[in-house]
Design a protein around this ligand. Sequence first.
Ligand code: TRH
Length: 383
Amino acid sequence: MIEAAGKTIEPRVTCDIFCHVIDNFGDAGVCWRLAGGLSEEEGFRVTLYIDDAVTLSKITSGVPAELPPSGAESLGILVRRWEDSETAVPSDVVIETFGCRLPDSFEEAIARETLHGHKVAWLNLEYLSAEDWVEECHGLPSPHPRLPVTKTFLFPGFTRRTGGVMIENGLLDARDRFSVSDRRALLEALGAREPDAPFNLFFFSYPTAPIAQLAEALASDPRPVQVIAAPGRAGEMLGEALGRLNPPQVTFSPVPAVPQESFDRVLWACDALIIRGEDSFVRAQLAGKPFLWTIYPQEEDTHIVKLNAFLDRMAVEYGEDAARVWRETSLGWNQASLTPGLWSRFRDLTPELTRGSLLWSRHLASLGSLTRAVATAAKKGLK
Ligand code: TRH
């Protein structure tokens, strides 16, 4: 406690987040969102150690691609090079993400601090999965094999017995206030070719997805659609495939990357979403829109088990017909068997799918935010 002007002020909890970028934007995206939430909503003073600032710089407005040794501050978060953690003193809370394994010297520093009476809460935040086993593992302690310290495993998820997903305060209200004129202004600012298009499909996927099948499906459906394509190879491939078919009712609008703080609004401006990975997948759910998830491909089709586990959970919000069509279209998209017939049924059902998706977003909000679950576990570890 600090005494100032007769008032007692709680010192801010300090927190280190470790991010190892494997590929794409998801690792950096999840860590950046968590850092922002812990700083803004929980009052933590956050340092983010990352081994690939170039990737982070592409989805933020204030983080430089090359970090100086002292780091760079953006939105109240200090971003530092991974290697600079090797000589750093651990903060009160240390968050390892996705089992990224901290430098040995830093692990030893945690043990040393603990021994000298500075309690360090060490957490490992895992990947999101809808599978049942997650409930059993959420919150489990894991003693270090060599050092006298324990880290706690936290699992995001979709049920009360998991950590939930990250939802910023007031997010759903802001989403519900997003108007037709906001949508027009945003699409215009992004350079979309038709800011007033009657139906916008957001597209952010992997080059391994059956992009030619999607192009065929869009071309076969007589209803107008504007594809809002996020940057990346998959979007380019879709643009090329549509260019070859040249359907008059399909407008292809590639848009630039936006900083993560603006990403939700791009989703809100669209009527259906094709998203991928982990963070954009969650944001699509919070947008309350019909979506197809391009799940990150894994060996031996493990990802299809994960996809089905998720479809089982969310489908409870849809009527029988919509649930079946959504499942078949999602599996078709992820197993290279998307047909024009499936796409057309999915499109027919977008009003009903939207109603169910909105219910699901409220269910997620009712679980409480993962950011709060992380902060609560951290504070428990500091006691
Ligand atoms: O990029 P992703 O496919 O990321 C990952 C990684 O591949 C990771 O290794 C894997 O384990 C994980 O998926 C499952 O998809 P994701 O998770 O959706 O991350 C994209 C991030 O980029 C997300 O935080 C949103 C952000 N983004 C923007 O901020 N602006 C943009 O314009 C776009 C297109 C994305």
